[in-house]
Design a protein around this ligand. Structure first.
Ligand code: GLN
Length: 472
């Protein structure tokens, strides 16, 4: 079967009778089976997906199918689907079943999407390589010796391996955009509050946002449009109007690129080269590109890790060995139930972050860490807004390197630096996208990253559609 890269072609072939939905789902199930070694899916909802395929095929025949008929979607294992297991790739949620469905999934299902399974990720979405999963690392399908990125590594790898057309991830500091960059995909994080977080297992609530992995801008825009919008179940969801993407504009864009990025230590030569090349390409397309400086660049990672660990320490307090999933067999009383269940149930990275977060929130250190970080978060937001007064977009590389070999980054701080270009969007709540515009010397993909003002997702789709079509 053809390796479909966009929904429009699938829908066209379904309409013309060249393809049936049950055959398409069987094809994906086959690819999943053949690629089991990649460790991408923790669970495949095969029977249910096939049954749905039959049902939606009938709707297609009757002309009553929804806008996502033909879309087969992988779901990160931290988004809840009623009656299905969800574990955030953690042992502490082993055996836990969701008692309700996330609003994002509800909206996709209402348009006849098929959900094919839950994909592996870093435990509680904490990581940049998918090596922090309690269920083992995921291999990058483009080079199996390398990581697919994280934390939504399974979702990115599933789309890159052709196991589904699209996938959902969550992005707290880059977890959609970094794996999309490592796997050669479009990865999109909407404005904070655009897509309801109801049913997303919380990591850092003031940063988390759900978003799609796709091959094309049109598909990213469609999934976004369907999932976005106010939800009574999430008080932080926005009622700002969501516009449908109608295709690229003609007007040249004003793009700022952060000069300090290029001067950073640790930025690989190939990324620098590809980024400079992209600046030239965009200029050649008629856009205005100007360097800007962003002196707070080096504060972003420390601020992000102080604030997200603080929020995580509070969010993860609910996993106490009583309310959910795992309980230690050695537990004898309330104290040992908490201590043993949490020590045995959480992996090392999650424990490290809970301890860090508890520390920065503790009475003696609150002012010097947590409140200081909040203040710098505000400055980062204000400086970013300042740049966006004069420019439509801010451009950076997506990541400092291409996908790195499995087991090669052992120092947690070095791993945290993976997020240097992506956290700005989460610290400011602004929307951002990575586009698979270029490859590095070894032929591995490398994303280019754009950030826009709040609720200006249209500008990200616009630049994406222009650049990706230009390449095709
Ligand atoms: N790598 C970042 C972290 O470990 C981002 C994670 C995410 O976006 N969920 O926190």
């Amino acid at each position: 079967m053809e390796n479909y890269k966009d929904l429009k072609t699938i829908q066209k072939d379904l309409k013309e009778g060249k393809l049936s939905l049950p055959a398409l789902v069987s094809h994906y199930l086959d690819v999943i089976k053949k690629g089991q070694d990649l460790n991408i899916f923790l669970e495949v909802w095969d029977e249910e997906a096939l049954a749905k395929a039959k049902e939606i095929q009938e709707k297609l025949n009757a002309g009553t199918a929804g806008r996502l008929a033909g879309a087969v979607i992988g779901v990160k294992d931290n988004i809840c689907l009623k009656g299905h297991k969800v574990s955030a790739s953690s042992k502490i949620l082993a055996g836990f079943e969701s008692i309700y469905t996330a609003t994002s999934l509800d909206r996709l299902l209402a348009e006849d999407a098929i959900l094919i399974g839950r994909s592996n990720c870093d435990e509680f979405a904490m990581g940049s390589s998918n090596e922090n999963s309690a269920y083992g690392a995921v291999k990058n399908p483009l080079d199996v010796t390398r990581v697919p990125g994280g934390s939504s590594g399974g979702s990115a790898a599933a789309v890159a391996a052709g196991m589904c057309l699209m996938a959902l991830g969550s992005d707290t500091g880059g977890s959609i955009r970094q794996p999309a960059s490592f796997c050669g995909l479009v990865g999109f994080k909407p404005t904070y509050g655009r897509i309801s977080r109801y049913g997303l297992i919380a990591y850092a609530s003031s940063f988390d946002q759900i978003g799609p992995f796709t091959h094309t801008i049109e598909d990213a825009a469609l999934l976004y449009e369907i999932m976005a919008g106010r939800d009574e179940m999430d008080a932080t969801s926005s009622s700002e109007k969501v516009n449908a993407f109608k295709g690229a504009e003609k007007k040249p864009l004003r793009i700022a690129y952060i000069q300090d990025c290029l001067e950073r230590e640790g930025l690989s030569e190939e990324v620098k080269k590809a980024f400079n090349q992209e600046i030239q390409n965009l200029k050649a397309q008629g856009h205005t590109l100007e360097p800007v400086s962003f002196p707070l660049l080096d504060s972003m990672i420390p601020v992000y890790y102080v604030l997200t660990t603080a929020e995580a320490s509070s969010n993860l307090a609910r996993f106490d060995g009583i309310h959910y999933g795992y309980r230690s067999k050695e537990a004898k009383d309330i104290e040992s139930t908490y201590v043993l269940s949490r020590s045995e149930g959480f992996g090392m990275e999650v424990q490290r972050r809970i301890m860090l977060g508890t520390f920065v929130l503790s009475a003696g250190y609150y002012d010097s860490y947590y409140s200081k970080a909040q203040k710098i978060r505000r400055l980062i937001k204000e400086n970013t807004e300042e740049i966006l007064k004069d420019f439509d977009l801010i451009m950076t590389p997506s990541c400092p390197s291409v996908a790195f070999p499995i087991d090669s980054v052992k120092d947690p701080i070095a791993m945290y630096l993976q997020d240097i270009f992506t956290v700005q969007a989460n610290l400011t709540g602004m929307p951002a996208i990575t586009l698979p515009l270029t490859t590095a010397d070894e032929g591995l993909p490398l994303g280019i990253h754009f950030l826009a003002a709040p609720f200006r997702e249209d500008r990200l789709f616009d630049i994406g559609a222009r650049c990706i079509h230009e390449m095709a």
